[in-house]
Design a protein around this ligand. Structure first.
Ligand SMILES: [Zn+2]
Length: 328
C-alpha cells in the first residue's frame, strides 16, 4: 500500500539507479559494457540416473523416458468421477487433467553380479523414450556387463528394451521372470483382449526363453535378492526384496503407478490392472508392509529418481521422496 508520504515515483527510481550506477562504488564514472548476444537457452533437462549404495550393493535407477499426457483420470480412478480425481490432484499441487508418466528400470550391482530389473520401452518406440542404453552408459555400465535381466512382468514398457532388432540387447545376460506371468502371456493371453500385448511378448521375450529361469514366490535371484508374488497388475507380477548388510529396499515395480492416485487411494481402479480387486489388495498389503517397516522402495512409475518411502494416511499412504538417507 502506498501513501503520499512514502510513495516513490518510478521516474525517481530510474534516475536514482542510473546515478548510483554511473558513480560506482569508488565514485568514478563508469560505462555500460558493450552489448552481447544473449546466451542461447539450452532446454529443460532432468537427472537421468541415480546411483546409490545399499549396504554393499550399488543400486542405479535409470530414467528410460518421460511421457506427458492427459490424466490421471480415467487411467487412474477409472471408477471415480473426473472431478474427484482432479480434486485430489489439485490438493496435491498437481495439475487436474495432465500428468507425466515416467519409466524407471533399476540396475543392482551386488559386487558379484550385475542385475537389471526391466528394460523400458525400447529404442525408437516413442520419441525421446527408450533411453535405457544412454542412461546405462551415463551411469558407467555397458550392456554386455549385465549378467541377469529380471522381468517383473511382461508389459510392453518393461520388455521393450530386451532386443535390438533380432539380437539380444544384453549379449551376456540370462533372464528371470515369474512362471505364472510367462505362462499367462504365452498360453492364455493370445486368445483374450490382451492379444496385442501378447504379440510383443512373442517378439521380445519368447526368443530368449532358452536362457530364462522361471520363478515363483520366495525364489532367490542371487544372494540378497528375493522375489515376492504381487499379483493383480498382471497375473504373475513380481516384486523384489533387496537386502545387503542390514539395509533393505523393495523394488515394487507396477504395484502402484501414480504416486498420489495409487498410493493415497489404493482402491481406485486402474485401467492397466488386469485384476482390479487383486491389484488393490496387493497395493494395500505391499505398501502397508513398507510403511510398517519404514522400508524404502523404488517404483517403476514413481517420479524420478523413483525412490521413496510411504507413511499411512487416511485409507492409503503418503509418498515421501527419499532425500539423503542413502548418503549416510
Ligand atoms: Zn509399467
Amino acid at each position: 500500500m502506498q501513501t503520499p508520504s512514502n510513495r516513490i515515483d518510478r521516474r525517481d527510481l530510474i534516475v536514482g539507479g542510473v546515478s548510483a550506477l554511473a558513480l560506482g562504488a569508488a565514485g568514478a564514472v563508469s560505462f555500460a559494457p558493450p552489448a552481447r548476444a544473449a546466451a542461447p537457452q539450452v532446454g529443460p533437462e532432468k537427472p537421468s540416473f541415480y546411483r546409490f549404495k545399499l549396504g554393499s550393493f550399488e543400486v542405479v535407477t535409470l530414467l528410460d523416458g518421460l511421457r506427458p499426457g492427459d490424466g490421471p483420470h480415467p487411467t487412474f480412478g477409472a471408477n471415480q468421477s473426473p472431478e474427484d480425481v482432479a480434486a485430489l490432484m489439485t490438493a496435491n499441487f498437481l495439475p487436474p487433467n495432465q500428468m507425466v508418466n515416467s519409466f524407471t528400470p533399476v540396475l543392482v550391482n551386488t559386487g558379484r553380479e550385475v542385475v537389471l530389473f526391466d528394460t523400458g520401452l525400447g529404442a525408437g518406440a516413442r520419441p525421446a523414450m527408450g533411453r535405457l542404453a544412454d542412461r546405462l552408459a551415463a551411469a558407467g555400465y555397458a550392456p554386455d556387463q549385465i549378467d541377469i535381466v529380471v522381468l517383473t512382468h511382461l508389459h510392453g514398457d518393461h520388455i521393450g528394451g530386451l532386443m535390438e532388432g533380432d539380437k539380444p540387447a544384453f549379449a551376456n545376460a540370462r533372464y528371470v521372470t515369474g512362471s505364472k506371468e510367462y505362462d499367462f502371456w504365452t498360453k492364455t493371453a493370445p486368445s483374450t483382449p490382451a492379444a496385442e500385448s501378447a504379440k510383443a511378448v512373442e517378439a521380445k521375450v519368447v526368443p530368449l526363453a532358452e536362457k530364462m529361469t522361471f520363478i515363483d514366490d520366495g525364489a532367490s535371484v542371487v544372494s540378497g535378492i528375493t522375489a515376492m508374488a504381487a499379483h493383480g497388475h498382471t497375473p504373475g507380477h513380481m516384486i523384489f526384496n533387496l537386502e545387503s548388510d542390514g539395509r533393505r529396499l523393495v523394488l515394487t515395480a507396477d504395484t502402484a503407478n501414480h504416486y498420489v492416485a495409487s498410493l493415497q487411494k489404493p482402491d481406485w481402479e486402474v485401467r492397466f490392472d488386469a485384476d482390479k480387486a487383486a491389484a488393490a489388495a496387493t497395493r494395500k498389503s505391499v505398501f502397508g508392509m513398507l510403511a510398517a517397516d519404514k522400508v524404502p522402495f523404488v517404483g517403476y512409475h514413481m517420479p524420478f529418481p523413483a525412490v521413496g518411502f510411504v507413511e499411512p494416511m487416511g485409507e492409503g499412504f503418503r509418498y515421501v521422496p527419499a532425500s539423503y538417507q542413502f548418503d549416510l
